[in-house]
Design a protein around this ligand. Structure first.
Ligand code: FES
Ligand code: FE2
Length: 407
């Protein structure tokens, strides 16, 4: 199929532009649910968030509410969050423990943590031929890797490890010996792709985040922007904290927000190896992870649950190393809550950037194209400020959307 974006007024190759209609058209949003969210592995939980028998977590995937639950043998199951009697969802909670079974609040049918029907109120009235097995809840595919629980709605989606491809090693590094410390969620005013792009883009931090810009002024900012096959990406850069830089950051931060200085530079209650890199991993289509200084400067993920073409639920999960003392857990949790949530002293700027793009797209009829042309060397990687990661996302996006994008 020829690239549907090759004919553009910027006269760029189709792989280096974005048609802004994909951020605003409800029909595109609907097509994405079917072509992307129902066809890819979707991150739902870290196993450490559901350690006990009966623990469960819910998520809305491609518009369907799904339950992921652990049974008493330790196995993890996934099934649709709907009672097979007359449809009520079995739980409205994001997270909980079913106490051995899910009991439907409507007429009392009950299901075990694998979605199997185990109880029917006054069952005699259904007659001797009543076949309970017809009313087990259909299963959803579930696989785990490095503690991460993923589900896939479609039988034809590649096995999880093939889907993760070159991203798998990083996932192992970021979450394989870790535990989730806490979760928070908020609603962004903007299309889901805008938030995901923000993690694939290291062109913006020095401009969007005042403290980052101040710290890097006069510094030769190094690092790479890397494509990971088949659809993922990694940004990798050294801490770049020479003495002048730290002094300048302190001055900038001290000028306007003493609390930020405290949060960013208070020493963690454990050893930090400054030779470790800052890494930002993006897994197609809606999972992003930051791992700074091997987790000592932040270790968290964000997963996107699109609600409408211009509304997105962001869920943030903070990680620590399994078995760490309470002081370390508290330090990490406080740091992510302070910096990376919707009102976070860093992510708050990104929330604003996404909202401004959404406002700007009101002129999509007149200004219809964005450029992702940064980085001219051939191959799959370039400098920290380049847009290789953006291009591999949109290459995959067009592959998944196929004809739906041309309609
Ligand atoms: S809808 Fe669940 S028991 Fe009737
Ligand atoms: Fe940012």
């Amino acid at each position: 199929m020829s690239d549907p974006w090759s004919d553009n007024p910027l006269e760029l190759d189709g792989s280096r532009v974005i048609n802004r209609r994909i951020y605003v058209e409800p029909a595109v949003f609907e097509a994405e649910r079917a072509a992307i969210f129902a066809k890819t592995w979707q991150w739902v939980a870290h196993e450490s968030e559901m350690p006990a028998a009966g623990d469960y977590i819910t998520a809305t995937i491609a518009g369907r509410s799904v339950v992921v639950a652990r049974d008493k043998s330790g196995a993890i199951h996934a099934f649709y969050n709907t009672c097979t009697h007359r449809g009520a969802c079995l739980t409205e909670r994001h997270k909980g423990n079913c106490g051995g079974k899910f009991v439907c609040m409507y007429h009392g049918w009950s299901f075990d943590p694998s979605g199997k029907l185990i109880g029917v109120a006054w069952a005699d009235a259904y007659g001797a031929d009543f076949n309970r097995r017809r009313y087990d809840i259909p299963k959803v595919r579930v696989e785990t890797f490095a503690g991460n629980v993923f589900v896939a709605l479609d039988e034809t989606t590649l096995p999880l490890l093939d889907f993760l491809g070159e991203a798998a090693d990083y996932l192992e590094q970021f979450t394989g010996r870790h535990e989730a410390l806490g979760r928070v969620r908020w609603v962004n005013e903007g299309n889901w792709k805008l938030w995901h792009e923000n993690f694939r883009d290291n062109y913006h931090p020095e401009h969007t985040h005042r403290v980052v810009g101040a710290g890097y002024r006069g510094v030769d900012v190094t690092g790479t922007n890397l494509q990971l096959e088949p659809a993922h990406s990694l940004l990798k850069f050294p801490p770049q904290r020479d003495v002048r830089q730290v002094e300048r950051m302190f001055k900038t931060v001290g000028d306007y927000e003493i609390d930020l200085k405290e949060t960013l530079y208070r020493r963690p209650p454990f050893e930090v190896d400054m030779s470790h890199q800052m890494q930002i991993l993006a897994v197609f289509p809606n999972l992003d992870m930051q791992n700074f200084l091997d987790g000592a400067g932040g270790n968290f993920l964000q997963v996107l649950r699109p609600v409408a073409v211009d509304r997105t639920i962001v869920e943030l999960v903070a990680f620590g190393v399994a078995g760490e003392p309470e002081a370390a857990r508290t330090w990490r949790l406080k740091r992510e809550m302070d910096l990376q949530t919707s009102a976070g002293k860093i992510s708050g700027d990104d929330v604003e950037a996404v909202r401004r793009c959404t406002t700007g797209f009101s002129a999509v009829g007149e200004v219809a194209w964005s450029t992702i042309d940064r980085g001219q060397q051939t191959g799959k990687s370039g400098g920290k400020h380049d847009e290789y990661s953006m291009r591999i996302f949109y290459d995959a996006y067009k592959r998944y959307m196929g004809e739906a994008l041309s309609a």
